[in-house]
Design a protein around this ligand. Structure first.
Ligand code: NDP
Length: 610
């Protein structure tokens, strides 16, 4: 790698060979890329359905079906649904029905109750509506039970339990042109009408399993991390898994979920085997209890300011101060556009494209060297330490932060089974086959993540039949088509919350909040103007689709060189259903500006109100 002299001076001494690292990264990627990509996973249905059953409700729930009419139906009771529900209530909408598969609100925090579950994004930014509820989280990084309880409190505060249909899965949404209403059918026999519907299904909600031989042969106990069976393991989200004291436990996967529950499994299992295909990058967490004096000093509007400050910093923007000051803001400051801007200021001139790329890659190598050095500093056995080192750039996979994960491998009852990028090969009646050897276990836990890169309607679990009988899966067969990611032509009074041609940010609740504000504005305008139906025009939708396509696709080139994972559709970086493929490429700051400008303008461009 030829380093431009100005960049060399800026980055200072380089104590590694960038070409060696680049070659190693590519070799590690090549070892893992496979023809079947996303198809390596099996869909959790039919004989796998038990993996998605809800272990947190009493069995046998029944109720009478409903056949009435509401003004607003919101599908999904996670953060997206809660945000839109809250904003609609604030705007004076009274007839709101939340529909949720789970037994309660909370979305991902309802399902993911595995031991050690916590949020590694700062709680003061991450938990929605803190000021509205007058609540301050107990720690800088909240544990899952607190987030679940906060979700319930939002639902209580905004009366979203009223009229809610919990433990209810939508099976179809169908637009009735004559009635100008949506007809919503569910797996509980309901068939009710709604003027408006909002989809808040969540991007990572359907668990997936590896499609390996013998997947159904294992005779021991088994479940997915998002359906943790405490009846079997004992304990709760805080640990104390006493049921595992005499058990040999296997866990497949070492992503963000696994690294949080492995310390507890290591502490409580008789023997733990961790089956690893690719190690995560695990940096310092540094959790701390909330300082009451700091909490008392907060002034009204504090959460919004903090969220905006965080969001700007993790979107490559400038701020005088870093209020959150953690691993996230650190990596974004050093490895993204922010670093390039600072370098340009130091040099007194803009960086060329090549200089910018050099700066980023060198900072990235340095950061990942630090992450790898941390493994050596913590893990005593050198072979295990070597296997736990991630060989890819920081954003190839989701960065992780944890202070007990690596330490777990120093326990005598914990063995890392590194599969050198191959993954586990098969299951047998007794256990797991990896590297040609069978590992007998009593309990096998799948920490193998969630469907990403499959179609929206498959992940949602139902299709939407719009005007003229056209389904959403037909409308989106050639790729997503929306106006601002929130509405689609042919689907009147229907809104999508989440990552459908919107902008992604680490601060997900911030993005959902912007979307909820925008939807509430649109329906508020329809109400104020005495209109019943709103729908993007074909031209309005096309103009937005063109804009999204004209923007560079997020990181497509970058992700081609990455080791596979859900960020790059398991090695197929061009997949048009991929995690980043349908995002607004100019970034969240610009996207929020576009929404704000559209609202301020007041002409509702591209939207038809009738
Ligand atoms: P991931 O998809 O990130 O991880 C799945 C894991 O399973 C990977 O380690 C993968 O290996 C492994 N795997 C898949 N197939 C096999 C196989 N055949 N053999 C061995 N290993 C296999 O799912 P997670 O549930 O860990 O995380 C999903 C997302 O949830 C995160 O990225 C994050 O966005 C979110 N999350 C957020 C948290 C937070 O604190 N805010 C906490 C936890 C999760 P490979 O890498 O090789 O594909």
């Amino acid at each position: 790698m030829n380093i431009h002299p100005d960049i060399a001076e800026l980055v200072g001494e380089i104590d590694f060979d960038p070409d060696d690292l680049h070659a190693r990264y590519l070799a590690e990627r090549d070892r893992r890329v496979r023809e079947d990509g996303n198809a390596q996973y099996v869909e959790v249905k039919a004989e796998f359905s038990r993996y998605v059953e809800d272990p947190y409700v009493e069995p046998g729930f029944t109720r009478e079906p409903v056949f009435d009419e509401v003004q607003f139906a919101v599908i999904g009771g996670g953060f997206g649904g809660l945000m839109i529900g809250a904003r609609l209530r604030e705007a004076g909408f009274e007839s709101i029905r939340m529909v949720e598969n789970a037994g309660d609100f909370g979305g991902t925090w309802y399902w993911n109750r595995y031991p050690g579950a916590m949020c590694d994004v700062e709680s003061y930014c991450y938990l929605p509506l803190l000021e509205e509820l007058g609540y301050i989280p107990k720690h800088k990084y909240s544990f899952a039970p607190e987030i679940l309880e906060h979700s319930r409190n939002i639902a209580r505060r905004y009366r979203l339990y009223d009229d809610a249909l919990l433990q209810t899965g939508v099976t179809e949404l169908r637009w009735d042109e004559k009635a100008a209403r949506w007809i919503i059918s569910t797996n509980r026999g309901d068939r009710f009408m709604a003027q408006y519907v909002a989809m808040a299904n969540g991007p990572l909600s359907r668990p997936k399993l590896p499609g390996i031989p013998g997947i159904n042969d294992f005779k021991g106990y088994t479940f997915h991390t998002s359906r943790w069976d405490y009846g079997y393991t004992g304990g709760d989200s805080y640990g104390r898994l006493t049921g595992l004291a005499d058990k040999r436990v296997g866990i497949i996967g070492t992503g963000a979920t696994a690294i949080q529950c492995i310390p507890h499994l290591g502490e409580w299992s008789r023997q733990l085997y961790v089956f690893q295909r690719t190690p995560s990058s695990v940096d310092v967490r540094n959790n701390a209890e909330t300082d009451p004096a700091w909490a008392a000093s907060l002034e009204p509007g504090w959460q919004r300011r903090r969220q905006e400050n965080f969001n700007v910093l993790v979107s490559g923007g400038d701020q005088d101060e870093d209020l959150v000051h953690d691993g996230w803001t650190d990596i974004f400051r050093n490895l993204t556009g922010t670093a390039a801007k600072m370098a340009a200021r130091k040099l007194g001139r803009p960086l060329t494209r090549e200089e910018r790329a050099e700066l980023m890659v060198l900072a990235d190598y340095r950061k990942m060297n630090q992450v790898r050095a941390r493994v050596d500093a913590i893990v005593e056995d050198p072979v295990t330490a070597a296997a736990l080192k991630p060989w890819y750039r920081q954003f190839c996979k989701r960065p992780c932060f944890h202070d007990e994960y690596l330490q777990t491998y120093n326990r005598p009852n914990v063995a890392l089974v590194d599969t050198h990028g191959k993954g586990v090969e098969a299951l047998t009646e007794r256990g797991v086959v990896a590297n040609g050897r069978e590992y007998e276990v009593d309990c096998l836990i799948f920490a193998t993540g969630f469907e990403v890169g499959t179609s929206y309607t498959r992940r949602a679990g139902y299709d939407i039949v719009g005007r003229g009988g056209r389904t959403l899966s037909e409308h989106w067969a050639g790729g997503l088509r929306t106006l601002h990611g929130l509405t689609a032509h042919g689907f009147p009074n229907c809104f999508f919350l989440g990552f459908t041609q919107t902008a992604i940010t680490i601060s997900v609740p911030m993005a959902l909040s912007q979307q909820a504000d925008h939807v509430t504005y649109m329906v508020g305008e329809a109400r104020a103007r005495g209109r019943q139906i709103l729908e993007p025009t074909a031209e309005g939708e096309q103009a937005y689709v063109d804009e999204v396509h004209s923007l560079s696709r997020i990181g497509e080139r970058f992700y081609r060189e990455c080791t596979p994972g859900y960020y790059n559709s398991e090695g197929a970086a061009g997949n048009r259903n991929g995690f980043f493929s349908n995002m607004y490429g100019a970034g969240p700051l610009r996207f929020f500006e576009v929404l704000n400008a559209w609202r301020s303008d007041g002409r509702l461009q591209g939207l038809d109100l009738r």
